[in-house]
Design a protein around this ligand. Structure first.
Ligand SMILES: Nc1ncnc2c1ncn2[C@@H]1O[C@H](COP(=O)(O)OP(=O)(O)OP(=O)(O)O)[C@@H](O)[C@H]1O
Ligand SMILES: [Mg+2]
Length: 342
């Protein structure tokens, strides 16, 4: 089983996601009497993440970001496609192989208080993963926990404190210390700063950047906040109804978005009117119900640039000349037929 690492092996993506799919059987509106339907929460998502890098995942509520995170972590089984982490397929949830792998991929969620046990002191919670995995003992565990508290900017005095005595930002630092004590190579962060005050958000972002450089961590970073995503990500993927519609360099993508959906998201970022480069787009209609995914390009009913082709032919995610990936007939100059928008 042991392989000598080769150049090719070390060049490999840490995380390889290919054509990942997850559907749920649900009932249409109508409660118990609603007709059964299939909801495609994640519908053919592919990406690579290299060690020490960040992929930002953005998109409206319900587009499949958390489902993608759960599939990556293996807490949810895919209905199609695959996830490989450190060159191995992610094993079935709950198995010994999965628990061993989970040491190397940790998660941070929006609500730090929900992730912590109010009855247990901070120090013991930070050390707990070492006990669960039978790593080190007694004094060694304690000194490792103190090192991690220091790494997240909290002094030794926090060791004896309890979660309810801390601020939201301090709690999220504890969650980070606890996640990092097992020396993971991937941190999946699902809206990790959304619940924090704006002033604290910047501190936690800086801490995440610092920890990434120090521990060579890769992040899958999910957020509604495009400005934050731009700050922290090496690459950004924009999701719409379970699929990636645009992916590439954050500066290029967020300054000059190619997909009409990304354009709408970017134009919705609050900026001073004078600094706005393009008029604000107002998206027509609500995000569609994923149970009734529109045919063709799923965005076409809300798209100001949609043509007849967009209503019938689903665009593939493929590169533009500048290298970013876009799934849009219009962006690729391949739109056909009359414009649908009034
Ligand atoms: N266990 C489940 N059973 C049925 N439907 C589900 C389940 N989990 C998720 N979904 C549906 O899948 C879609 C994607 O959900 P997901 O939680 O991944 O969205 P999200 O992008 O994380 O949204 P948000 O920004 O609100 O967190 C939604 O329509 C959701 O209702
Ligand atoms: Mg979510």
């Amino acid at each position: 089983m042991t392989e000598t690492p080769t150049a090719a092996a070390t060049d490999r993506a840490l995380l390889e996601v290919r054509d990942l799919r997850r559907s749920f059987q649900v009932r249409r509106a109508g409660g118990l009497f609603g007709r059964p339907a299939t909801l495609h929460a994640v519908d053919g998502v592919s990406f690579d993440l290299r060690p020490g890098r960040t992929l930002g995942l953005v998109g409206e509520s319900g587009c499949g970001k958390t489902t993608t995170a759960r599939l990556v972590l293996g807490v949810l089984s895919p209905t199609g496609g695959r996830v490989e982490f450190e060159g191995q397929p992610v094993p079935a949830p709950g198995t010994a192989a999965w628990r061993a792998l989970r040491r190397r991929m940790q998660m941070v969620f929006q609500d730090p208080l929900g992730a912590l046990d109010r009855r247990i002191s901070v120090g013991h919670q930070v050390m707990e993963p070492l006990a669960i995995h039978g790593i080190a003992a007694g004094a060694a565990r304690r000194s490792r926990a103190l090192e991690l508290l220091d790494a997240v900017g909290l002094g030794a005095s926090f060791f004896q404190r309890y979660p309810h005595e801390l601020s939201g930002g301090q709690r999220q630092r504890i969650v980070l210390a606890r996640a990092l004590i097992l020396e993971p190579s991937l941190l999946v962060c699902d809206e990790p700063i959304s619940a924090l005050d704006v002033s604290i958000q910047a501190q936690v972002i800086n801490l995440l950047l610092d920890l990434q450089a120090r521990f060579d961590l890769a992040y899958l970073f999910i957020s509604h906040d495009l400005k934050v995503v731009r700050q922290i990500s090496h690459e950004v993927a924009v999701m719409y109804l379970g699929r990636i519609v645009e992916q590439g360099d954050p500066d290029r993508l967020l300054v000059d978005p190619a997909h009409p959906y990304t354009q709408a998201l970017v134009s919705a970022i609050p900026v001073a009117a004078a600094a706005r480069r393009r008029p604000r787009l107002i998206l027509k209609g609500d995000p569609p119900n994923p149970v009734d995914r529109p045919g063709g390009c799923a965005f076409h009913p809300r798209c100001p640039a949609a043509t007849a082709r967009c209503a019938i032919d689903t665009p593939r995610l493929k590169p533009l000349p500048d290298g970013r990936l876009v799934a849009c007939h219009v962006a690729h100059g391949e739109a056909e037929g009359p414009r649908l928008a009034a």
